[in-house]
Design a protein around this ligand. Structure first.
Ligand SMILES: Nc1nc2c(c(=O)[nH]1)N[C@H]1C(S)=C(S)[C@@H](COP(=O)(O)O)O[C@H]1N2
Ligand SMILES: [Mo]
Length: 199
């Protein structure tokens, strides 16, 4: 008969969660934005996938809302070393948005309202790994956390999850985004601690 039940619960949680190397857990939800929070009117909001041949697939807000959504619960890992467990989102899987997109491109450059960009291999956006998320914790996504909609790609460091997402540009050649251009790792796998170029 265990005397200290607190220890039991601790181990129970640890069995489901792991911290990547160098990370600590936080219960809060820090805001990290490189510039001011853009205000995007839903009447003007658009999300565009542009292929390497120039084809454009465009959704307005009503069209995004009409797509089937998912409610992923995921862990977040920021390169500044905080991790947050069990965050609850609602959004549209990128698999849905890419259904009718014909492309042979391997790379994606994600663009935000307000000019932030981040790059990743297209395959990291597919197969249930990424969403255009518009609700967090049962509420509309807060503007400072990327509302009305942000990219959510939780298996990479959180800087890849572009807030205020506006579109994805498909490319035959990789192109670095905002943080990647100033020395952050091109791929950013938290489990391999890929924080900076050369890690
Ligand atoms: N458009 C945009 N997206 C962004 C950023 C940003 O500055 N602008 N910061 C990135 C970084 S470094 C992190 S850690 C997360 C922070 O998201 P949060 O503010 O919701 O915690 O957003 C990422 N997405
Ligand atoms: Mo970050």
């Amino acid at each position: 008969m265990p005397i200290i039940s607190r220890g039991f619960h601790g181990r129970e949680r640890d069995a489901r969660h792991k911290l990547p190397p160098g990370q600590y857990e936080t219960a809060g939800f820090p805001v990290l934005s490189a510039g001011p929070t853009p205000r995007v009117d839903l009447d003007e909001w658009e999300f565009t996938i542009r292929t390497e041949t120039g084809d454009r697939h465009i959704w307005n807000w009503a069209e995004l809302m009409a797509l089937p959504s998912q409610t992923p619960t995921v862990d977040l890992h920021c390169v500044t070393k905080w991790s947050k467990f069990d965050t609850e989102w609602q959004g549209v899987s990128l698999d849905v948005l890419f259904e009718d997109v014909e492309t042979g491109a391997e790379y994606a450059l994600v663009h935000s309202y307000g000019d932030y960009t981040t790059n990743l291999p297209l395959e990291d956006l597919l197969d249930g790994q990424a969403w255009i998320a518009y609700r967090f914790d049962g509420e509309e996504l807060d503007p400072e956390h990327g509302g009305p909609a942000r990219l959510l790609v939780p298996h990479l460091y959180f800087w890849k999850s572009a807030k205020w997402v506006r579109g994805i540009q498909l490319l035959d050649e990789d192109e670095r985004g905002f943080w990647e251009n100033v020395g952050y790792h091109n791929y950013g796998d938290p489990w391999r601690e890929q924080r900076y170029q050369g890690d």
